[in-house]
Design a binder for this molecule. Structure first.
Ligand code: SAM
Ligand code: SF4
Ligand code: SF4
Length: 342
């Protein structure tokens, strides 16, 4: 049995694996509420269970895995999981997305464990603004973390991801690009998305790909698109001075047609779309002792039925507000971006 295709002929190649739903920040676009309902710690999968699941996804065609969260670095001994996964020769790409708060102390260990690609979220270069945006005083720690990552040297690339929000950080586009260049990282601007967790989302706060390109052209002159044949959500561009950057236009130009991503929460719930309301519980069958082949059959059957085009369907709405209310998210925390892994 080889790779599997969904109803729109999309293969399953990418897995975003959330290792925890906990986070040490409270970003306004992801965790704006005062209180959250957390996954039961007993339900959170062990590293052995996560690695076993990764192998099952590998049998279906996954070649790229990104560890995420919540904040993945708050998961104790994460480098142990990285080392386990890095040993899998079939895994072409193992990456991690972090908010960087704990990176200064972990960058070297993650690199030594075999991590080759790292993305750090950075929305502002202003410490006061960071505090307002995240409700935590960790800006210095994040910048130290990024420096430590640059020193550790991630051979497959260091990226910085910036969610652009109107009136919040959209005046920092140029500064952020300059900063990224100074640490040898590539910056990606992400459109603000109306995902679960973004309970304060408003269409007017989104700075679109089109607007970003206009503003950056005003600042830097003509911008050249880089033609690439990949299913990666980021479109890449080159400035006249040779610097490159990306834009992830998930809100105004979604890429559902080419979407080959699965998501698994820290308690082993399998989602076929960021916007999906129903997930498939893998923990119960896993802990009931289903064989590798039986679990792969479960995953295969689920992916083969996949019809999701969540962001495209959202785009077609005339009236568009937050995807879910805080109340709805409390009732089903797996709909939260910080549980589903972004
Ligand atoms: N905590 C880690 C971090 O922030 O990098 C990893 C998990 S976080 C959920 C993954 C990514 O989702 C981050 O880059 C974050 O900026 C992005 N994200 C969260 N909410 C978002 C939203 N409403 N719109 C766009 N991106 C969002
Ligand atoms: Fe921010 Fe990531 Fe935490 Fe969400 S999970 S609050 S994006 S740091
Ligand atoms: Fe993939 Fe769903 Fe995102 Fe579309 S909305 S790109 S189908 S995860």
């Amino acid at each position: 049995m080889g790779p599997v295709l969904d109803t729109l002929s999309r293969p399953l190649r990418n897995l975003r694996l959330s290792v925890t739903d906990r986070c040490n920040l409270r970003c306004a676009y992801c965790m704006p509420e005062e209180e959250y309902v957390w996954l039961d710690k007993r339900d959170v999968l062990s590293f052995e269970e996560l690695a076993f699941l990764v192998d099952r996804f590998g049998a279906l065609g996954v070649t790229k895995v990104r560890l995420t969260g919540g904040e993945p670095l708050v998961r104790k001994d994460l480098a142990v999981l990285v080392a386990m996964l890095a040993q899998r020769a079939w895994l072409e790409d193992l990456a991690l997305t972090t908010n960087g708060v704990l990176l200064a102390e972990q960058a070297q260990g993650l690199r030594a464990a075999g991590l080759r690609r790292l993305t750090v979220s950075l929305d502002t270069l202003d410490a006061g603004r960071f505090r307002t945006l995240t409700r935590r005083d960790s800006h210095g720690a994040v910048l130290e973390g990024i420096s430590a990552a640059a020193r550790a040297g991630f051979p497959a690339g260091l990226k910085l991801d910036t969610v652009v929000m109107r009136g919040v950080n959209d005046d920092e586009l140029v500064r952020l690009l300059d900063y990224a260049a100074s640490v040898g990282a590539e910056l990606r601007f992400i459109e603000y998305m109306d995902v679960g967790g973004a309970t304060r989302w408003r269409r007017e706060d989104v700075v679109s790909r089109a607007e970003l390109l206009v503003r950056l052209t005003e600042a830097f002159g003509p911008i050249e698109p880089i033609v690439e044949h990949s299913s990666a959500p980021a479109e890449r561009f080159r400035l006249r001075d040779g610097r490159t950057f990306g834009i992830i236009a998930s809100t105004t130009q979604p890429f559902c047609r080419a979407c080959d991503r699965a998501r698994v929460t820290a308690d082993g719930t399998f989602f076929t779309c960021l916007y999906a309301t129903e997930g498939l519980d893998l923990k119960a069958p896993l802990r009931a002792g289903l064989s590798a082949a039986e679990l792969e059959a479960l995953l295969r059957a689920r992916w083969a039925r996949r019809v999701d085009r969540g962001a495209e369907q959202r785009l077609a709405l005339t009236a568009r507000g937050p995807l879910a209310t805080a109340q709805e998210l409390k009732a089903e925390p797996r709909r939260e971006m910080h549980t589903r892994g972004g």
